[in-house]
Ligand binder design. Structure first.
Ligand code: KIV
Length: 294
């Protein structure tokens, strides 16, 4: 039997994945994420910063693509995310959105509001979020709790889906004194819990929990049925997981963080590594609380 090769979208410099590499999947939407949550299916997320990686991640079955401001470090060579501008986020969000549309456009596209682009007022946040939505994002992400609650409500009431981010919030690395686990003491766990509940009440439909003890993030996941917790270094009790693309491909010259696994090690290709990540998360094999969590 002859196998038919799906057409590829090629350029002289590279070839995007086949046009229909997977059985047709439904585009990811907020109702779809809620259904997955209720069915107990883990949500997968990876960062991507350009068209090709985004298209490959989509083809590999990753549900959510995050144009993270980690691009400051992995693409721009900055020491932290603090120096990333809104214009840069718009540029990369446009690239990722184009990449998704050239292939399957199944994934839910989230873009980070960078440092300084939402801190002034909810109106400033609305202008910045609009720029990211015009660039092709479906949802924006912002860091912090407490003071951000009003901003989240303001954006959600105006039709912008919001992902919050608590725990280690890299934009405040200087205030936090480094990249450390957050929510370890009873007091900081209580603050984090209070902030997470307020963010759900304000309408945030997703919450990244970064470097938070596994028990705390598992408890929060049970307490927040309409705000999907996505963990990174937060154990396996969250509704989903996220990793920085370059980390999970082993493209990190420094010391790899404890919560990362190099999925490229046993994969023959980038797409293979992404598929292995998706399977490992869905089957509850990644992260392993004995290896990757606190
Ligand atoms: O910017 C980023 O990549 C992120 C992830 C680490 C969640 O915020």
């Amino acid at each position: 039997m002859t196998e038919t090769t799906p057409p590829t979208s090629g350029t002289p410099y590279g070839t995007l994945p086949p046009a229909s590499p997977l059985p047709q999947r439904r585009p990811v939407s907020l109702p779809r994420l809620q259904q997955m949550r209720e069915a107990g299916e883990k949500i997968t997320m990876l960062t991507a910063y350009d068209a090709t990686f985004a298209a490959v991640a989509d083809a590999a079955g990753v549900e959510c693509i995050l144009v993270g401001d980690s691009l400051g470090m992995v693409c721009q060579g900055l020491p932290s995310t603090v120096g990333v501008s809104l214009d840069t986020m718009v540029y990369h969000t446009e690239s990722v959105a184009r990449g998704l549309h050239r292939v399957q456009a199944t994934a839910w596209l989230i873009a980070d509001l960078p440092f300084g682009s939402y801190h002034g007022s909810p109106e400033q946040a609305m202008r910045s979020a609009s720029a990211l939505m015009h660039a092709g994002a479906h949802m924006v992400k912002l860091e912090g709790g407490g003071w951000t609650t009003e901003t989240v409500r303001f954006l959600v009431e105006r039709g912008i889906p919001v992902c919050a981010h608590l725990g280690l919030t890299p934009q405040t690395v200087h205030a936090l004194g480094g990249y450390r686990v957050q929510g370890k003491s009873d007091q900081s766990a209580q603050t984090l819990r209070r902030q997470a509940h307020a963010l759900q009440d304000a309408g945030a439909s997703m919450l990244v929990l970064e470097m938070v003890p596994a028990q705390l993030s598992a408890d929060l996941t049970g307490e927040l049925p309409h705000c999907h917790t996505i963990g990174i270094g937060a154990g396996n009790g969250t509704a989903g997981q996220v990793l920085v693309l370059h980390d999970m491909l082993g493209m990190n010259l420094g010391k790899m963080a404890r919560f990362v696994h190099n999925f490229m090690e046993d994969a023959g290709s980038v797409r293979g590594a992404m598929e292995a990540y998706v399977q490992a998360v869905k089957q509850g094999r990644f992260p392993d609380n004995t290896l990757h969590a606190w």
